[in-house]
Design a protein around this ligand. Sequence first.
Ligand code: FES
Length: 200
Amino acid sequence: MSEEIDRGRRQLLTVATTLTGAVGVAFAAAPFLASWQPSARAKALGAPVEIDISKLEPGAMLKIVWRGKPVFVVRRTPAMLQSLASVDALLSDPGSDKSRQPLYAKNEQRARKPEYFVVLGVCTHLGCAPQNRFSPGVSDDGVLKADWPGGFFCPCHGSKFDVSGRVFKGVPAPTNLEIPPYAFVDDQHILIGLDEARLG
Ligand code: FES
């Protein structure tokens, strides 16, 4: 098993010659406590970005920037994952059939590993940055309702998404939040912008 991981890591590092590392800082309540920017040259090249998730606590989220766009990584709790099964009837595209994601993320959790959710932080309506609202019961913005178990909220025009980035009915955003290509380098690192399929 460790040999497989070592081999996979070598492959990733060989292919990603312009790979740029990033260490995210986890946070739970504030939407954007920390972000990281690769160099201008790396951004221009669309370089993959490696994220260290070793300090990401359950229920917390970190943000990095990849190709000039925010990418959120959420470590979901069992309760957050449980909430996914109860909202299908309220969603516009529960099966993600009309939404953009790699094939390995076309499932209820929209993820390779259910615990870790990786998503572009770009609203599919007009491109604003959604905010995380994982505990709607403690929000004071007045827009959270009992029929929304929390997830992501776009402040521009009120679109709501669950903790898999699936959009609710009756809001302006037409599709679920987009999932970028990504791969686990090992248990503590995720590479954004590259997936195994592209390694050949
Ligand atoms: S940009 Fe998000 S709801 Fe309009």
